[in-house]
Design a protein around this ligand. Structure first.
Ligand code: EPZ
Length: 419
């Protein structure tokens, strides 16, 4: 397994360019199954989750060509409704193939997904949505099989019991080509939901309300090919901003949408970082000691749960006592807090809240990534720590961060990948 070796204590200087949003890309690529024709998609992140999805589509018969961060995909000749189970089990978002295949051919037989298991990750709301669209669902032996019910598939209304990004995406995918109107209430509002809706509408769909808690999908007969560019990754940008806040320095983070960053930006400013917004870039500077703060993760536009681990590292180095409450998953702390404690962090977990008492410094250690964002947090800790940190299981990190070693090295970090 690959590892990263980081010699910490160096501030970060220079410019970093954010890649396309992972969580938008993994929703938009399956959506191409709904399109009759060729899609040219730009700003696709070069990450393993995307590679696995492209392998799944290729194995099903899609014609795919890659050129840098642009992908051209033509699913016209896809005949299968049964994606390769071994590939599906390699990632989490492969479950979007359920909605995409149900929408494309009225049936699907998809293995339950794999991916980061920092919490139980049920799909009952996805299933609720498919049933609302008239599907019969069979969840036996680690697969989800979808067929049209006795009244066939048609638009319907579903009110989500919990705000779910995945369920919102999957229902949008399933409903786009169905007759009638579908309404999703209590829908997720993340930027990647809006990006998926914009992609589908560019190809001829009729989706309104994305980004609000009520999404309306008027079914259309078919979608035509076209071009689209994926939005920048809000969490990758936030991760680099947290790295500067923790390690110190002065960095211009390019290719961002400042509006998507508001909650992250305001928290880092509260902690003492200086943040300047430009049209499509953010400059972050941190010179003095960070200040403690309180964070409660919330669905968008709240503070993202995917930034919990990264802000915890900043809290570990701030003066005073911070409180970090996780309200989206039952907890994500166990993926990284023990590792941070081995570097000298003072973290006490009580239920859904971590009480973080800032320390003068963290000390390098050998630590293991247990999921994508936990791994990114350990890299940030290594950058800020005194001495050498070895981060193991870095395959988790490379699921969602394009060229993270190269991007950090360009900012002056002393980091290298050890095969
Ligand atoms: C998406 O996961 C993201 N993944 C996650 O990012 C992110 O943490 C999460 O949204 C929240 O923003 C992708 O977009 C590929 P949810 P998802 O459905 O869709 C409960 C990363 O690091 N729930 O919004 O799985 C669930 O248990 C990853 O990039 C149900 O109860 O998240 C959780 O408590 C990690 N039943 C809450 O809803 C369901 O059917 C939010 O989950 C679905 C979800």
């Amino acid at each position: 397994m690959a590892r990263y070796e980081i010699n910490g204590g160096k501030s970060l200087q220079g410019t970093v360019t954010v890649s396309g949003a992972k969580n938008a890309a993994v929703a938009i690529l399956p959506a191409v199954l709904l399109v009759s024709g060729k899609c040219h998609i730009e700003n696709v992140p070069n990450i393993s989750d995307v590679h696995i999805l492209l392998d799944i589509l290729r194995e099903m018969g899609a014609e795919i060509s890659l050129e840098g961060s642009s992908v051209t995909v033509d699913c016209s000749h896809v005949r299968s409704s049964r994606p390769d189970a071994n590939l599906v089990r390699k990632m989490r978002a492969s479950y979007y193939l359920m909605g995409a295949l149900l929408g494309r051919c009225g049936k699907a037989h998809v293995a339950l997904p794999g991916g980061c298991n920092f919490a139980s990750r049920p799909i009952d709301q996805h299933i609720k949505g498919f049933i609302a669209l008239g599907a019969d669902v069979d969840e036996s032996d680690d697969y989800v099989a979808l067929e049209p019910g006795e009244n066939g598939l048609q638009g319907g209304r579903v009110s989500l019991d919990v705000v779910s990004v995945g369920a919102t995406v999957n229902i949008m995918l399933a409903a786009t080509l169905l007759p009638g109107q579908t309404v999703i209430e209590n829908a997720a509002k993340e930027p990647h939901i809006v990006d998926l809706a914009n992609f589908l509408n560019t190809m001829g769909a009729r989706i309104s309300g994305a980004g609000t808690d009520t999404v309306k999908i008027r079914g259309v007969k078919e979608l035509h090919g076209g071009s689209y560019a994926i939005i920048p990754d809000q969490i990758e940008a936030g991760t680099y901003m947290a790295a500067v806040a923790a390690a110190g320095g002065n960095v211009l983070v390019q290719n961002v949408i400042p509006k998507h960053m508001e909650c992250i930006t305001s928290k880092l400013q509260e902690m003492g970082a200086k943040v300047t917004n430009y049209d499509d870039a953010i400059r972050i500077q941190r010179a003095g000691k960070l200040r403690c703060t309180t964070v409660k993760t919330r669905p968008y536009p709240g503070f993202p749960t995917d930034m919990q681990a990264q802000i915890c590292v900043c809290m570990s180095l701030a003066s005073g006592v911070s409180r970090l409450t996780e309200s989206v998953y039952e907890t994500r702390f166990f993926g990284y807090c023990t590792e941070l404690q081995s570097m000298g962090a003072d973290i006490l977990i009580t239920g859904k809240t971590a009480i973080v008492t800032g320390r003068e410094k963290l000390t390098g250690a050998v630590v293991s990534a247990h999921d994508l964002r936990a791994g990114a947090a350990l890299v940030i800790a290594g950058l800020a720590a005194e001495g050498t940190t070895i981060v193991e299981n870095t395959h988790f990190i490379e699921r969602g961060y394009e060229s993270i070693v190269e991007k950090l090295s360009a900012l002056g970090a002393d980091i290298r990948r050890i095969e």
